[in-house]
Design a protein around this ligand. Structure first.
Ligand SMILES: [Zn+2]
Length: 288
């Protein structure tokens, strides 16, 4: 089933540059996110394909490239929350940070990352810098990760184009920049930069990782979490993981290749299932 859709300038694979692909899933009408920004059924098509060269899964679609950008700027999260029952980002934040450790996806994630960092330091792969350590969470307007990560050693910072995250600074003293990500938005580099379920939304994930590299100290760390392409074998086509907002579905090979191309070395990689049942890939990488 190769090449059956009109091509808007034969996109080459992000990871290996191959232009050949095979269709894995296709959709005949706009999903809820596309409808939100006014995409109609007329002339609509969308498909998930698998690169014949390296196996990276990526989305091809009839809508214009920048059409979904509004979702991340305006009120996407609060609208998405409304579909789930009306709670605001602030309400969800309050509810989630009150969860006991065994029910909190974020607490488990934080514990995993800190455990891996401790192990990498013990192994001499990562050198511990003296003094307070700094985290930058890119795309973390929900605030839970930045809040849970902060402790006696770590200071958290967040950058996200959404207005909804401003409460982090006003209510919790977590420095917040409301803007599209660009390095240097804060006054000093970071020991750890995180992008949790962010890369799959970006049209140019490699450029974003390269930019993030400028915000990481030499010997510092990058944490990436993305949906796992294993979902194609385990989840039905209508699962939200295959929604129009997601442009790429990585596997260990393609994620490692992308991170490497952006100037990091993967130090730890794990396939996992989040507490909400999402198949996910976690990578902790070092800036050499
Ligand atoms: Zn490829």
């Amino acid at each position: 089933m190769n090449g059956i859709r009109p091509s808007s300038g034969a996109k080459a694979c992000l990871v290996c540059g191959d232009t050949r692909w095979s269709e894995v899933r296709s959709y005949a009408s706009p999903d809820v996110y596309e409808k939100t920004v006014g995409v109609t059924a007329e002339g609509y098509w969308r498909q998930w394909v698998k690169c014949d060269g390296c196996g990276l899964h990526y989305s091809r679609y009839s809508r214009g490239d920048g059409v979904l950008d509004d979702l991340y700027r305006a009120d996407y999260r609060d609208k998405a929350a409304a579909w789930r029952g009306g709670a605001s980002t602030r309400d969800i934040f309050a509810k989630v940070i009150a969860l006991p450790p065994e029910q909190s996806e974020t607490k488990e994630r934080v514990a995993w990352i800190k455990g891996e960092i401790a192990a990498l330091e013990a192994a001499g792969i990562v050198k511990r810098r003296a003094g307070a350590r700094r985290l930058l969470d890119i795309g973390g307007a929900t605030g839970v990760f930045a809040y849970e990560f902060r402790d006696a050693e770590w200071l958290s910072h967040v950058i996200d184009p959404a207005e909804t995250g401003r409460f982090l600074e006003t209510d919790h003293g977590i420095p917040y920049r409301q803007q599209d990500y660009a390095p240097g938005a804060f006054d000093a580099p970071f020991d750890l930069v995180s992008m949790i379920f962010v890369l799959e939304h970006l049209r140019e994930p490699e450029a974003a990782l390269r930019a993030a590299r400028d915000d990481v100290t030499a010997g510092g760390l990058l944490y990436i979490e993305v949906p796992d392409a294993l979902a194609f074998a385990h989840k039905p086509p209508e699962d939200d993981i295959f929604c129009s907002c997601h442009l790429w579905m990585f596997d260990p090979l393609s994620l490692t290749a992308l991170i490497h191309r952006a100037g990091f070395e993967v130090a730890s990689l794990r396939r996992t299932t989040t507490r909400r049942g999402h198949l996910a890939l976690r990578a902790l990488a070092v800036r050499p």
